[in-house]
Design a protein around this ligand. Structure first.
Ligand code: BES
Ligand code: ZN
Ligand code: ZN
Length: 508
């Protein structure tokens, strides 16, 4: 784990392997480069020519661009790394937090193999410091657990130490910001590890064991329902999805409570440790990355642990609906009817629409405890990826104000999202001649159909939102900013911020 310190040292005098500075395009759209605040001492060591030198090297200030150059006399760190920040802000404005987060992440990735880096980016506030720290710590992430001898870029170790310059180490707000950044980044990275772990190792049982162990460490109460307990309780949705697998399903409850809490938030995560599609088997090309289908449960788990570590004055309950979706002689068939935990019956028309089945049981169970709000997180539909692409999740809700609030919170947390509707006319597509509802409806608007299905399993009068993270959960492209290839930890930061807002009494 990368260490984080706030330092009062000057950029030129701190001992480190590399010094990170920011460079931007002029605010007026004109030619040339602007060296960002924080890099003054370095610019002085370059005789005021840092911008000119960077321009000679081809730097443009574009977001995420990284230019490395040897330090001149007068700068202790041997290497200066200039990272692009895009357009400089207008006078009296500051760089957006997400710009700083991404830049710090790109710099941290480019410094794999260095031991200690000092970040001299423009810190204008505790929020700015938090964004830079978060970006740097998220950018250092690598997943090499399954490589005996890590190759290529992975052969180099990630940054061991990040020193943040320009902040106020003795100021309470800055200290809290650094601590929050450390906890949040560590928990996002924990979710990434779980998502990247191959499905032959991360079975529902193994995931439940990880949750039990982490709960002990962080003061979160963990209860696990195994397949016997699920059968006794009548969890037909979770059991039906897990029926084809040698690895039986689990429902995990995580409970964090605070003595001063006035509100209770319930978080529900889709935890399909592998989604083959079941009897409605996915074709080749669609199943290679389906170990990521437990990203919602990973986000919920990490968020609950983060909230506990931060000691937020709010009660948060997490529900992980864990199952493996496999075809076999014991698997649920298209045409089978499941009796759900709620008592409703569902005709399974497509066994690949399994996420909504496990979530339905968990939503009903979560509703029994009458929380002030429920938020579920799921890699639920390919349709949402078609609609919003790979960097945004969709938000659906039974309350417009809550949906708007979550959208705003996610943007503040630096996670892109978009509000989506739940059009009532799509419900009739799920009418079943045999059961109360079918698990599939019209193909068009498939993400919204799935949302409408879930809505029916939320307790009467409970505020609920559904985050479909199928797009951003797993990055099949190259790394960018602080986002690595593979599991991204999507939604963790949004959920933690939501818990903070709920604790502040701003919500629910
Ligand atoms: N896990 C998938 C959704 C998914 C797709 C996640 C792409 C991540 C990336 C889900 O279980 C699924 O297969 N959904 C089907 C539903 C359909 C059969 C109604 C889909 O979206 O095609
Ligand atoms: Zn599926
Ligand atoms: Zn799935």
């Amino acid at each position: 784990m990368t260490a984080l310190t706030l330092s009062t040292a000057g950029a030129a005098t701190l001992r480190a392997d590399a010094l990170v500075v920011g460079v931007a395009k002029p605010a007026d759209g004109g030619k040339g480069l602007v060296v960002a605040t924080g890099a003054e001492a370095v610019d002085t060591a370059f005789d005021g020519r840092l911008a000119a030198v960077l321009e000679t090297l081809g730097a443009s200030g574009a977001e995420g661009e990284v230019t490395k150059l040897p330090s001149p006399d007068g700068v202790k760190a041997p290497l200066v790394l200039a990272v692009g920040l895009g357009s400089a802000p207008e006078k009296d404005d500051v760089f957006p937090a997400e710009t700083l987060r991404r830049a710090a992440g790109a710099a941290a990735r480019a410094l794999h193999g260095s031991k200690k880096a000092a970040f001299a980016l423009p810190v204008e506030s505790a929020d700015g410091a938090q964004a830079i720290a978060e970006g740097a710590l998220l950018g250092t992430y690598t997943f090499t657990a399954y490589q005996e001898k890590p190759k290529g870029k992975d052969a180099r170790l990630p940054l061991a130490e990040v020193a943040l310059l320009g902040g106020k180490p003795r100021d309470k707000a800055y200290k809290a910001a650094a601590e929050r950044a450390r906890v949040v980044a560590e928990e996002v990275n924990r979710a990434r590890d779980l998502i990247n772990t191959p499905p032959n190792d991360l079975t529902p049982e193994a995931f439940a064991a990880v949750a039990t162990a982490a709960g002990k460490e962080s003061g979160v109460k963990v209860q696990v329902l195994d397949e016997k307990a699920l059968a006794k309780g009548g969890y037909g949705g979770i059991l039906g999805v897990g029926a084809g697998s040698e690895n039986p399903p689990r429902l995990v409850k995580l409970a964090y409570t605070h003595p001063d809490a006035e509100k209770t938030l319930a978080l529900v995560g889709k935890g399909i440790t592998y989604d083959s599609g079941g009897i409605s088997l996915k074709p080749a090309g669609h199943n290679e990355t389906m170990k990521c289908d437990m990203s919602g449960a990973a986000a919920v788990f990490s968020a609950v642990v983060a909230v506990a570590r931060l000691g937020l004055p709010v009660n948060v309950t997490g529900w992980l609906a864990l199952a493996e979706n496999m075809p076999s002689g014991s698997a649920t068939r298209p045409g089978d009817v499941l009796r759900m935990y709620s008592g409703k019956t569902v005709e399974v028309l497509n066994t690949d629409a399994e996420g909504r089945l496990v979530l339905a049981d968990a939503l009903t169970r979560a509703s029994e405890e009458s929380p002030d709000a429920i938020v579920d997180v799921a890699t639920l539909t390919g349709a949402m990826v078609l609609a919003l692409g790979h960097r945004m999740f969709g938000i659906m809700a039974n309350d417009d104000a809550f949906r708007t609030a979550i959208h705003e919170i996610s943007e503040e947390a630096g996670e892109q999202s978009w509000p989506m509707p739940l059009p009532a006319e799509l419900r009739k597509g799920m009418d079943s001649p045999t059961a109360d509802i079918a698990n599939m409806g019209e193909r068009m608007g498939g993400g919204l159909v799935a949302g409408l299905f879930l809505k029916e399993f939320v307790g009467e009068g409970i505020t609920w939102a559904h985050l479909d993270i199928a797009g951003p959960a797993f990055n099949e492209g190259g790394p960018h900013g602080y986002t690595p290839k593979g599991g991204t930890g999507s939604a963790v930061r949004t959920l933690v911020k939501l818990a903070e807002r709920t604790a502040d009494g701003d919500l629910a």
